[in-house]
Design a protein around this ligand. Structure first.
Ligand SMILES: Nc1ncnc2c1ncn2[C@@H]1O[C@H](COP(=O)(O)OP(=O)(O)O)[C@@H](O)[C@H]1O
Ligand code: SF4
Ligand SMILES: [Mg+2]
Length: 412
C-alpha cells in the first residue's frame, strides 16, 4: 500500500495542520490515552459528559474553545463557539482572515489533537457532537477513524491535500481503501467513478495523471472526489474556491450543491466572502475574533443583518453590477489580536456605532449573543440551538433596525 498516513483530504494543509504521518497507522485496538480522558471523561459513542444535554442535531458544537499557549501569550483562536447543523443542510461560516474559521474546522476534524506533539500545544474545551458521538474528549484514534469516512474536508489549496508524487487516482484509491476492505481494482473503479462524478473529462485516463497535470479547477474537483469517496456525512469546505477564477468558482459551488443533494450530507462552507455562501447556505454564522457575533437563517442574515460587522461584510461583497474595487462600507481597521482581545465588544475599535450604546457599555461589557426575534433572549451557550436569529451587540434592536434600514441598506 502506498504510504498515505490519513485519508483525510488536506492533511498537509499548511503549518497549523498536523502531519499525521508521525502517528503511523492506527492500532487495531488503540489504548485510551489518559491525557485525553481527563478533559471531559467522554469517549466516542459514550453518553454526554455529565451536566450536558444529549445532542438533538447531527452536528452540535457547544462552547468550543481552542486556545494555543505561545511565548507571547495565549492565542484564543476560538473562544466559546456554539452552533448546530442537520444532515442535508449547509452552514456558512463567514469572517475575515484570522477570525478562527480554519481552527474551528480543524477542531471538528480532530486535527489539532491528531498527534501527541500537537496535543501538548493546544488547549481545547467544549463539546463537538457528531451523530451522537462526542469528539473533543474522544480518543484521537477513534476520531481518526471517523475522518474520511464520516467527515471529510476540502481546502483552498488542493495541493495541500494531493501529494505531488502520486497519481490522483492512487490517492483516491488509498483514501477509499483506508475505510473499505476492497482490492485495488475495485477501488480504482470507484476512483474513476468519483472523478467522473465531479466532472473530470476522460476520467479513466486522467485517473493516472499526477496533480500537476490537472488545472487548478480540476485539482479542486479531484480533491472533492477524494473527500467524498467514502460518502461522508459531514463535509467541511474551507475556502474551497478562494484560489479559483470566478467562472470555475461558480462551477465548484454548483458541484458542492449537487453533491450535497445527491449524498444528503451536512456541509459547512467556510469563507471570508459572503458572496460565496449567498446562494448555498441555509444557515449563516459570522465570526469575529474567535467568537460568533451573529448567526441565523441565511435569508434573515442577508435581509435583516443585525451586527455592524455583518453590515461591513455585506458592504464589502463584490457585486456583478458594481466594480469589484468599489467597496461602499468597508470594515476599517484590522482584525483584533487574539492574545489581547479588546475588552467589551471585540469589534469596538472598528465600530462606527461604538458610542451609541450608553455608559460606554461597548468598551466594558462583552455583549452576549441574544435572540433577535424573541425579545432578546440570551442564546444558551450550553446548547447550540438551531433556527433562531442571534446577534451580539449592545445597541437596542430597534436602533439597529433603524440604522440598517435608513443608513446602510440604501447604500448596498
Ligand atoms: N497552531 C497555532 N498556534 C498559534 N496560533 C494559531 C495556530 N493556528 C492558528 N492560530 C491563530 O489562530 C487565529 C485564527 O486562525 P484561523 O482559524 O486560521 O483563521 P481564519 O479565520 O483565517 O481561518 C490566527 O490568529 C492564527 O494565527
Ligand atoms: S456592541 Fe458596540 S461596538 Fe460592538 S457592534 Fe454593537 S455598537 Fe458596535
Ligand atoms: Mg482559514
Amino acid at each position: 500500500m502506498t504510504d498515505f498516513p490519513d485519508s483525510t483530504a488536506g492533511h498537509r494543509a499548511g503549518p497549523s495542520v498536523p502531519d499525521t504521518a508521525a502517528d503511523g497507522p492506527p492500532p487495531a485496538a488503540p489504548p485510551a490515552d489518559p491525557a485525553d480522558l481527563t478533559r471531559t471523561g467522554a469517549a466516542v459513542g459514550e453518553p454526554a459528559p455529565a451536566g450536558s444535554k444529549a445532542p438533538t442535531a447531527f452536528l452540535e458544537v457547544r462552547d468550543l474553545k481552542v486556545h494555543f499557549p505561545t511565548d507571547d501569550g495565549i492565542v484564543k483562536s476560538v473562544d466559546g463557539l456554539s452552533f448546530s447543523l442537520e444532515k442535508g443542510r449547509t452552514l456558512g461560516i463567514v469572517g475575515e482572515s484570522g477570525s478562527g474559521k480554519s481552527v474551528t474546522s480543524l477542531a471538528i476534524m480532530g486535527l489539532h489533537r491528531a498527534s501527541r506533539q500537537q496535543r501538548s500545544k493546544v488547549d481545547m474545551s467544549g463539546e463537538i457532537w457528531l451523530d451522537g458521538k462526542e469528539l473533543v474528549g474522544a480518543d484521537p484514534d477513534e476520531v481518526r477513524r471517523l475522518r474520511g469516512r464520516e467527515m471529510a474536508m476540502i481546502f483552498q489549496d488542493p495541493l495541500s491535500a494531493l501529494h505531488p508524487y502520486y497519481t490522483v487516482g492512487s490517492q483516491i484509491v488509498e483514501a477509499y481503501r483506508v475505510h473499505h476492505a476492497v482490492d485495488k481494482k475495485t477501488a480504482r473503479k470507484r476512483a474513476v467513478e468519483m472523478l467522473d462524478r465531479v466532472g473530470i473529462p476522460q476520467p479513466d485516463k486522467r485517473v493516472d495523471d499526477h496533480p500537476h497535470q490537472f488545472s487548478g479547477g480540476m485539482r479542486q474537483r479531484a480533491m472533492i472526489a477524494m473527500a467524498l469517496v467514502n460518502n461522508p456525512e459531514l463535509l467541511i469546505a474551507d475556502e474551497p474556491t478562494t484560489a479559483l477564477d470566478v467562472t470555475v468558482q461558480a462551477q465548484i459551488l454548483d458541484l458542492i450543491r449537487d453533491l450535497q443533494k445527491e449524498f444528503g450530507s451536512a456541509v459547512v462552507i467556510i469563507t471570508h466572502d459572503l458572496g460565496v455562501v449567498a446562494e448555498l447556505a441555509d444557515q449563516l454564522l459570522v465570526m469575529y475574533g474567535g467568537r460568533c457575533i451573529e448567526r441565523g437563517p441565511a435569508e434573515k442574515v442577508f435581509s435583516e443583518p443585525q451586527h455592524p460587522y455583518t453590515w461591513g461584510l455585506l458592504g464589502s461583497m463584490p457585486r456583478i453590477d458594481r466594480e469589484q474595487t468599489d467597496r461602499l462600507i468597508p470594515v476599517k481597521g484590522s482584525p483584533p489580536s487574539l492574545i489581547n482581545v479588546p475588552s467589551g465588544c471585540a469589534f469596538n475599535p472598528r465600530c462606527p456605532y461604538a458610542d451609541v450604546p450608553e455608559d460606554d457599555l461597548t468598551r466594558t461589557v462583552r455583549p452576549e449573543l441574544r435572540q433577535v426575534d424573541h425579545g432578546g433572549t440570551p442564546a444558551d451557550e450550553g446548547v447550540a440551538g438551531g433556527g433562531g436569529h442571534f446577534a451580539a451587540c449592545h445597541m437596542a434592536p430597534e436602533e439597529r433596525a433603524r440604522i440598517w434600514t435608513e443608513e446602510i441598506a440604501p447604500k448596498l
